[in-house]
Design a protein around this ligand. Structure first.
Ligand SMILES: O=C(O)c1cc(C(=O)O)c2c(n1)C(=O)C(=O)c1cc(C(=O)O)[nH]c1-2
Length: 250
């Protein structure tokens, strides 16, 4: 008890910077958006109307591997989280992607919406489902995300989902530019992006609240930024791999 009191009263070491308040910490997290894959040359090509159909098909088929990993990643978060209130909110993410049928309500889910996108860009469902187009480095990058969520403290896994802070903008970009540049894509194929704008906003509210509550010392906050950067790097590496495979046209 006595030792505890002494420890509690001990001043922080001279080298330890003070913690950021919530607003400043959130601003630090948001500033990491500078390395979001929205700025990757492969994504810039896709969203500025410069992509050829084969490049769009390649992106859709490879991104399917990310899509199928997300609910598995979210199940890993649930499996590590002892807090029922957090789990009650988090489980919605799995339903968003896998769909549900409950009391007469039915939603086909995000994976089905992605497969419809695949068909709209000219891919067969079978060639997407069997993952034949997924390039090795995309697989490795996505697997790194799932493995991180399995092994890290659940609050870090939550924090790693915060790239979604920047996702509504990339979905909105696609909704704005794809119909104008790629008239050959059936507009209903873009429903996935339409649905995600609202879902991502809700996800971020939850993920951000948990992150701001949990990472409270400066050292923890720096760790959260590291975790977010790790996830940003995963998305960036996926784009590097797709650029290598499908090329980037100026
Ligand atoms: O199209 C995109 O650029 C993009 C990015 C991200 C992201 O930032 O991680 C997600 C999504 N889409 C997405 O559709 C999605 O469901 C999603 C879930 C998560 C996550 O980490 O839990 N990220 C993302």
């Amino acid at each position: 008890m006595h030792a505890d009191r002494i420890q509690d009263a001990a001043p922080s070491t001279p080298h330890e910077a003070p913690a950021w308040d919530r607003a400043a910490f959130e601003a630090q997290l948001r500033a990491r958006g500078r390395s979001y894959h929205i700025h990757h040359p492969f994504n810039v090509m896709l969203n500025s109307g410069q992509a050829q159909p084969a490049q769009i098909r390649g992106w859709v088929a490879n991104r399917f591997y990310y899509q199928i990993a997300i609910p598995i990643k979210d199940a890993a978060v649930l499996s590590n989280c002892p807090d029922p209130a957090v789990r009650r909110g988090w489980v919605q993410r799995i339903l968003d992607h896998d769909g549900f049928e409950l009391g007469g309500l039915r939603d086909a889910g995000g994976l089905e919406a992605w497969l419809r996108l695949a068909e709209a860009v000219g891919l067969e469902r079978a060639e997407v489902l069997d993952l034949r187009h997924v390039v090795p480095a995309v697989r490795f990058a996505v697997d790194a995300y799932v493995n991180f969520a399995r092994r890290a403290p659940w609050q870090e896994a939550v924090c790693s989902s915060l790239t979604e802070l920047f996702a509504p903008e990339i979905h909105r970009q696609r909704l704005a530019s794809w119909p104008a540049h790629y008239g050959w894509i059936e507009p209903a194929g873009l429903d996935y992006f339409r649905n995600r704008v609202g879902q991502a906003r809700r996800d971020v509210e939850q993920g951000l609240a948990i992150t701001l509550d949990h990472f409270t010392t400066r050292a923890q906050q720096e760790r959260a930024l590291e975790v977010l950067q790790f996830k940003l790097d995963i998305l960036w590496a996926m784009n590097d791999a797709m650029a290598m495979r499908y090329g980037v046209t100026p």
